[in-house]
Ligand binder design. Sequence first.
Ligand code: G3I
Length: 308
Amino acid sequence: MGKLVGTAVQSSFLGDSRYTGVFTRHFNYVTAEYEMKWDPIERAQGVESFSGGDAIVAFAAAQGMQVKGHALVWHGSVPAWANTLAPAAFRTAFENHIRSVASHYRGRVLAWDVVNEAVADDGSGLRDTVFRQKLGDTYIADAFRLARDADPQALLFYNDYSGEGLGAKSNRIYDLVKSLLAQGVPIDGVGLQMHVTATNPPPDASIASNMRRLADLGLLVNISEMDVRLRDVPGTQQTKLDVQKNVYHSIVGLCVAEPRCHAVTFWGFTDAHSWIDAQFGADDPLLCDEQYAAKPAFFGVLDAFRRR
Ligand code: G3I
């Protein structure tokens, strides 16, 4: 099976023919950038809105594309009302959310990011989130079991950032997924977000070794949210674009070379729509410019998939 080539999408972009023209031509895998998260789905307790996610899933189905749901459990998208609940009530809301959303999209998504960003950045242990505070450390295993029950066919991923190459955080992620497997928890793979800079990306050999050790556990890996910031690359804009191209080429090439890496998803494909600008300041992190013209990065990715 060829690698899936994906992008993050928002339903509001699907009405733009310039956007959908490039999107439908070059991608066969879709991740909802925002609208399948807990907060936008259940803004008020017990009142769910699937309209944004449904629009993305329907568009993908019409185009013969696969979909990855993102993300069932993430501390960055917990509805305000849920934060106020006592532990027992929070557990009920947590379980209802996973069952409801995963069964709503049952059979219509290839995969889910079940738990996102649960490991502390220094690799010292689990991130101290409302899930851990109210449910204990077992919430991660519980989430995977609930997701499997609700959609037995979907591939279930643990997803995180800054754990792409070998290091304290990726070691902790490795230990976490290894222990989940040892407990018989239904997990199918790990997502490496790959939000990197062109000046200092993780070393290729380090990423390749990390992918391989996860694969040796019998897991799938995927690059799940790739973008490459180029603003700090010294030199002309052309130099920045060329350095960025090489980073995309080499990292995507690592997934192409790793048999258990089944997908590469970019966190958007046009600089017209990227979270980076709001978070890190103006940048051009993606494959196409704001006019949807292919940048050198686009051809770096193409060459990587063609093993050139
Ligand atoms: O849709 C509303 C719109 O109606 C409203 O007018 C506008 C202004 O308030 O907000 C829009 O919602 C925003 C949404 O993105 C869609 O643009 C939310 O406020 C904003 O918080 C949300 O940000 C997303 C963020 O996750 C939080 O969910 C970013 O688009 C998305 O790129 C980012 O993605 C995360 C991954 O899920 C996990 N890894 C890191 C990555 C970057 O933070």
